[in-house]
Structure formats: structure tokens, C-alpha cells
Design a protein around this ligand. Structure first.
Ligand SMILES: [Zn+2]
Length: 199
């Protein structure tokens, strides 16, 4: 008999079952600066740590630990020039016909870098940010895009939620901003995760 998801979620917390481990492998893409990739992994790990999912990084040719789900992050090249006032697709994951997600996450880093031009921190437009601040904001946004795609993988769903991490559209101000409040799983997604994930 299936265990109701709330009970299962409670059981997961109380029994201290091992966390799910997602290891990200980055291709040797010159378009992803190492410092930005590192900041992105940090942000994605921070988002998923609330749900007992450990996200870290594996080197492209290294063998990952047996228990890890290895997801490859590759930078796609967008063919459509971004119209910055319209929602922009910044990440993608494909699914097989039977609904199984493939383990490749595509991020459109070129569009992300263009989009940062729309973001403001307080009253300061992006063109006046110090380089370090810009690098951190881009890394953070990339991490949130990756975290969203990890969500599609772990939830086994192409679907979107009306709020939180699995929203279809994440406003630029939130995507690049410091607060991570808009990047939590909705209650429904948390329940789905508890049902899906076998630890
Ligand atoms: Zn999505």
C-alpha cells in the first residue's frame, strides 16, 4: 500500500535517511567562466539543501560516487536574439517519450548575460555595478536556473507551478537579486518530491 506523501516526508526527516546526491558535471565550455560556475553550484546547492538534496560538482572525466545522480550542464546557444522585455527561456531539459528526464541540463548563458542588463540592485543599474558584484549576480542567477532544471529532473515533470522555484517565469529582478525567497519549492512540489525520490 502506498504511504501517503506527508507521512513519507515525516518519515524521511525522522529516520535521517541519506540525502539525495546530485553531482553536476560541467562541460569545458569557454562561455561559462569558472568563478561563475562555482557561484552557480553554490546557489543551486543552497536551494536544494532545504529538501535533503545535496548538490555539488564533479569534474567531466572523474568518476562520480556510485550513489550520485550525475547531471551534465552544458551551455546552449540561443538562436533567437533575446527580446529583453519578454520572458526568455534560460534553461531546458528534455524528456524521453516515456516521460523519463534526460540527464543533460542546457543553460542559455549568453541570454542570461544579456538579461543581467535589465536587473537593478536597489537604485543602481547593472552598468554601474562593480565587476565582482556583477559576477556574483550572474552566478546566482545561473544557479537558480540550474536549480529549476534539477527540479524538473527530480520531480520527473515538465510541468510548472504557479509560484516558487518551479514557476515558468522568474522575474529578472528576483533572478539576479539577493533574496532567494522566490526560489523555494511549493508545497505541492515538496509532496511530489517526497513521493518521487527513493533514498
Ligand atoms: Zn521549467
Amino acid at each position: 500500500m502506498p504511504i501517503p506523501s506527508l507521512l513519507l516526508a515525516a518519515a524521511l526527516v525522522s529516520t535521517g535517511l541519506p540525502p539525495v546526491h546530485v553531482a553536476l558535471a560541467f562541460g569545458s565550455e569557454p562561455t561559462l567562466p569558472p568563478a561563475v560556475a562555482a557561484a552557480a553550484v553554490h546557489e543551486a546547492a543552497d536551494i536544494w539543501s532545504r529538501y535533503r538534496v545535496v548538490v555539488d560538482r564533479t569534474m567531466p572525466c572523474a568518476s562520480a560516487p556510485d550513489e550520485a545522480i550525475v547531471l551534465t550542464v552544458r551551455a546552449g546557444r540561443s538562436r533567437i536574439p533575446s527580446a529583453l522585455d519578454t520572458p526568455t527561456v534560460l534553461g531546458a531539459i528534455n524528456f524521453a517519450e516515456d516521460g523519463t528526464p534526460y540527464s543533460i541540463l542546457t543553460v542559455f548563458f549568453d541570454l542570461l548575460v544579456q538579461s543581467v542588463g535589465l536587473a537593478r540592485l536597489g537604485d543602481v543599474g547593472e552598468d554601474r555595478w562593480p565587476p565582482e558584484l556583477r559576477r556574483r549576480a550572474v552566478g546566482r542567477a545561473l544557479g537558480r536556473v540550474i536549480a529549476h532544471e534539477i527540479g524538473h529532473y527530480l520531480l520527473g515533470s515538465r510541468g510548472h507551478s504557479s509560484n516558487g522555484l518551479m514557476r515558468a517565469v522568474q522575474p529578472f529582478g528576483e533572478l539576479f537579486g539577493q533574496s532567494g525567497a522566490g526560489f523555494l519549492l511549493s508545497r505541492a512540489d515538496e509532496r511530489r518530491l517526497a513521493r518521487r525520490v527513493v533514498r
